[in-house]
Design a protein around this ligand. Structure first.
Ligand SMILES: CSC[C@@H](O)[C@@H](O)C(=O)COP(=O)(O)O
Length: 381
């Protein structure tokens, strides 16, 4: 079924670069990101010395994916605090950088809350900044722990749903170490299955228009040595029809109180296909992605991005941003385009939501509040 000649280019050089790190060169503290717009062609770092630079990195998807956006947002508040800038204004800019992933606001508000509390108890600027940086580091570590726990719960669920092993799993967008303090969400489950010898193949949707699947998930799959094949998003239907998909694993950007899931555009059609073909559709996300204040899917703000991402193939779409500018126009000049970055999958299409606190069936969202209460996340206003 798959292009058997196109096995993973195992051996992509392991990199010493981290996805996101705090650094303190003599010129002052900075947040250093692995620039995801330049993958897989180049592993290049992007240095953010202030909040506007970080906001730009978030908007252009140099740093992306729900959990990592939360971590970056928290470090962004720390950057403002350490550099003696207006922390409230910085928090506002960061939180508004992208609207759909609830983790961004969570990370920003959590860090800003620590800063405010420190100031209120009389801490000086340096002490308050140190506390907010410690909080960002704590969130970073917690996400790594959550990632490991989701992988274990997710693998146990797969074993229960697919007792015959030899899983063929389909995933969409990018949910691995590039979006996390650890090994990711949905991808971490596939990685666990691979390490346990139970993954026959990871099907990787290319994920138009920005190709997070082709550029980033394939990059991570190749580095891990797992068997994987890329497909165009619109090839998924025939793959299901051929019986080549045992389960779908995706991440989430926001899960509403009723169990509706916002994730990368193209997730909802996969859920419909999965339902029709009686294939489990599994969402893997930390409890920081659950938003009990948003009642349902219709209440989730879906980011609308520039139509040019559809009508042009830009260099950042093919992973070589920064080398040159411009792109190739693939539609008549001036064509209008519809480009939502996310879609909403209703709970009745979701077989299970895997979090670091356990697994629930999301129909009506019952159980989400309990899982969130169990989690170590700090209640924030
Ligand atoms: C664990 S990551 C889950 C989601 O954040 C991921 O699937 C996704 O949709 C990312 O979208 P992106 O627009 O690349 O930030």
């Amino acid at each position: 079924m798959a292009d058997q000649d196109a096995q993973p280019p195992v051996g992509i050089a392991p990199s010493a670069l981290s996805v996101l790190r705090w650094d303190e060169p003599p010129e002052g503290p900075v947040l250093v990101l692995l620039d995801q717009t330049r993958l897989p062609a180049e592993e290049a770092e992007l240095v953010c010395a202030d909040v506007p630079a970080l906001v730009e990195a978030i908007r252009t998807l140099a740093v992306r994916g729900a959990p990592l956006l939360g971590i970056a947002g928290a470090y962004g508040v720390a950057l403002a605090a350490v550099r003696g800038q207006d922390v409230g204004a910085a928090a506002g800019l960061l939180e508004r950088a992208r609207p759909t992933a609830v983790n961004l606001g969570y990370g920003v508000r959590r860090a800003a809350g620590v800063y405010r509390a420190a100031v209120e108890k009389g801490a000086g600027p340096a002490q308050a900044a140190a506390e907010v940086l410690a909080e960002a580091r704590a969130l970073h570590r917690e996400d790594a722990v959550a990632s490991g726990r989701m992988a274990r719960y997710g693998l146990a669920l797969l074993d229960e749903l697919l007792p015959d092993g030899g899983h063929q799993l389909l995933t969409h967008c990018n949910t691995g170490a590039l979006v996390s303090g650890g090994e990711g969400t949905a991808f971490a489950v596939a990685l666990g299955a691979h390490r346990a010898g139970r993954l026959r193949r990871l099907w990787v949707d290319e994920t138009r228009p920005l190709l997070q699947g082709a550029r980033l998930t394939a990059y991570e799959a190749a580095r891990s040595g797992m068997p994987y094949s890329l497909l165009t998003d619109n090839a998924a239907g025939s793959l299901f029809a051929a019986g080549e998909v045992d389960a779908v694993l995706i991440g989430a950007d926001r899960i509403a109180a009723d169990g509706s899931v916002a994730n990368k555009v193209g997730s909802y059609p996969l859920a419909v296909l999965a339902k029709y073909h009686h294939v489990p559709f599994i969402v893997v996300a930390p409890t920081t992605t659950v938003d009990l204040d948003t009642a349902d899917g219709a209440s989730i703000t879906v980011e609308q991005r520039s139509g040019r991402e559809v009508t042009e193939v830009t260099l950042s779409q093919v992973g070589v941003a920064g080398r040159e500018t411009g792109g190739v126009v693939v539609a008549p000049l001036g064509s209008p385009a519809y480009n939502p970055a996310f879609d909403i999958t209703p709970p009745e299409l979701v077989t299970a939501i895997v979090t670091e606190e356990g697994v629930i069936s999301p129909v009506t969202g019952v159980g989400l509040a309990e899982l969130c209460a169990r989690s170590s996340q700090i209640t924030i206003s």
